[in-house]
Design a protein around this ligand. Structure first.
Ligand code: ADP
Ligand code: MG
Length: 575
């Protein structure tokens, strides 16, 4: 947690101010009972009204000053801890943005969200507590003891008896509570995961009548978290009553022994009053300190989780002397590429070699799970290859900057994802500088013009989060337009035609051909008809290349390809 506090930089003066203010406030608090004792012993006992009024006024001023310090310190502490939260959230977000997909896979989305929100809030709250009490509580304890002893050393023996008792209770409670605090964050992760899956999978859940099951699953998670929270609260709630009991018992003891000492003439009434106040201050501060020590473990568990994110360095970083993409034409080569996903036993692709030249259409076909999307992920450098290399015009893509590399590629992902905004916003996402004409042209080529003009507001129609107000095929066409408007050297269509009907598929390919004449086209497809006319077809089978060639060549030479074709086309179509 201390490590996280390095982000407090801009607020260090405020913290110093709070420390000073809390110091002054504690002094005022410690001074007040002494004034009170004087009023009673000197003013009241001798019937000196003037003295009572003067000292009363002094007390008012001291109390007012103490309160002012306290309020200001509270204000500064709130601002500092909130500002700290803002800084850390910004750091985490900025850091995560540089992660490759590899790192996202290791944390998981749900945990990432908890870490950026709840975990940071935990640390923020403890920071607030620390600022309010870290200095003042120990000061009140030590100062209170000193003052109490100075009032009457013998009577202080009562405190000597009580404090170890209270400390015992605190240690007991802490040992029970701290492990529970730690497990709470993990349970919150779990709850977030279930909730997230529910919200994103709502259609499937409804369709399969799994609402009941999901409700139970959420209920179980919720119950689990609640039970732990209740346990923690139950343990924590023991502290206050016990502390009050001890406090009141010790006050009784102080009164008892104090009155005896007053009778014997060892002590004055005012001192006894002051003494009881010091006793309350000491015991109360002790409780506060114990609370603080209880919250620290929970926050440090959170801090560890935040640091895990911050300490994960992105595996994919630009080489210090990376090259720009200037002069590259976009011929793609996979050279003996092997890659395994983190934690996977089998490589997802093995020894894949093929080239995709400029001005050519290179198609990749193969069953589901054969590694087609994986190859595209490698080309975009979402992951780094395990062996071999991916090259553009002979240059290893690891020597290029990531931004320069991706600038060259118009990528249409297998799962079309749109963002909330308008249709235009979504297409312009591909190229911020695109003009209205370019956007409309791209939509036209992507065969999206027709349905867009059918929308109420045309290109200004709203797109909801994730593009849920569009059909699968419409989303695909919008994401194709988004890639086209970039006018890149390399196009990657990862199964982007699967949700289109045959007619639109054919029209789209014809329009694309004219548009992308000089570019390198990589088309991943399931349907043979989509890729039959490609210049080169790469057949993938279980992560390995089963054959490379044109449709005709492969029909003769490649068994895997023939099987795929036979399963889709009729005899006439094949011939
Ligand atoms: P395709 O696109 O040909 O259907 P993929 O390239 O998506 O196939 O997947 C190839 C293999 O890699 C599959 O066995 C799949 O289970 C695995 N795989 C895909 N993505 C991941 C991932 N993020 N983590 C682990 N394994 C993955
Ligand atoms: Mg795929």
């Amino acid at each position: 947690m201390i490590k996280l506090f390095r982000f407090l930089g801009p607020y260090r003066y405020w913290i110093a101010a709070v420390v000073c203010l809390m110091f002054l406030q504690s002094i005022a608090q410690l001074y007040l009972p002494t004034l009170m004792a004087d009023i009673v012993d000197i003013g009241v006992m001798h019937g000196d009204t003037a003295y009572i009024l003067t000292m009363g006024a002094v007390m008012l001023v001291v109390a007012a000053l103490g309160t002012a310090c306290n309020v200001t310190a509270g204000f500064l502490s709130s601002k500092t801890s909130a500002g700290f939260g803002k800084i850390v959230r910004g750091k985490v977000f900025g850091h995560v943005e540089r992660f490759s997909l590899q790192e996202f896979d290791t944390f998981g989305t749900a945990s990432m969200i908890t870490r950026t929100t709840n975990d940071i809030t935990q640390v923020q709250q403890v920071l607030f507590m620390l600022m309010r009490m870290f200095l003042s509580a120990p000061l009140m304890i030590v100062g209170g003891i000193v003052m109490a002893v100075s009032k009457d050393a013998k009577l202080s023996l009562v405190l000597v008896a009580v404090i170890p008792l209270l400390a015992g209770v605190i240690v007991f409670v802490a040992s029970k509570g701290i492990p529970l605090f730690r497990s709470m964050q993990a349970k919150l992760d779990r709850l977030n995961l279930v909730l997230r899956e529910n919200l994103t999978g709502i259609r499937v859940i409804r369709a399969f009548n799994r609402t009941e099951h999901e409700r139970d699953r959420f209920g179980a998670s919720n119950e689990d978290l609640t039970r732990t929270a209740i346990k923690v609260t139950r343990i924590m709630s023991v502290i206050f009553p016990i502390m009050l009991l001890l406090l009141n018992l010790s006050l009784v003891a102080i009164m008892w022994f104090g009155s005896i000492r007053i009778d014997l003439g060892y002590m004055q009434v005012g001192d006894l009053i002051a003494f009881t106040q010091y006793a309350s201050q000491i015991l109360f501060s002790l409780t506060m300190v114990s609370m603080m020590f209880m919250m620290i473990p929970r926050a440090s568990a959170s801090a560890v989780r935040i640091n895990e994110v911050l300490n994960t360095s992105p595996t994919i970083v630009d080489a210090p002397d990376f090259k720009g993409s200037a002069g590259l034409k976009g011929a793609v080569e996979f050279r003996d590429v092997t890659f395994s996903y983190p934690g996977a036993e089998q490589p997802a692709v093995r020894n894949v070699s093929f080239t995709a030249g400029t001005g050519e259409v290179t198609a990749i076909i193969g069953g589901t799970g054969s590694g087609k999307s994986t190859l595209m992920n490698l080309l975009l450098r979402f992951y780094d290859v395990g062996g071999g290399s991916v090259r553009i015009d002979g240059t290893d893509i690891r020597e290029l900057g990531q931004e320069q590399l991706r600038e060259m590629i118009g990528y249409v992902p297998q799962k079309a994802s749109l963002f909330s905004g308008t249709v235009t916003d979504n297409i312009r996402f591909g190229n911020v500088g695109a003009t209205r004409e370019e956007i409309e042209h791209a939509a036209e080529v992507a065969q999206a013009g027709e349905f867009i003009s059918g929308l109420k507001d045309g290109f200004d129609s709203p797109v909801s989060q994730g593009g849920t107000n569009f059909s699968g095929g419409q989303k695909q066409r919008l994401s194709i337009a988004r890639a086209l408007v970039r006018n890149p050297a390399i196009y990657v269509f990862d199964d982007s035609f699967s949700a289109l009907d045959f007619k639109t598929d054919a029209k789209l390919r014809a329009a694309l051909q004219a548009e992308t004449a000089d570019a390198t086209l990589l088309i991943v497809a399931q349907r043979v008809s989509t890729i039959m006319n490609a210049d080169r077809i790469v057949v993938l089978d279980d992560g390995e290349v089963a054959g490379i060639g044109t449709h005709r060549e492969l029909l003769d030479s490649c068994e895997v390809y023939r099987e795929i074709v036979m399963s889709q086309l009729s005899e006439e179509e094949i011939a």
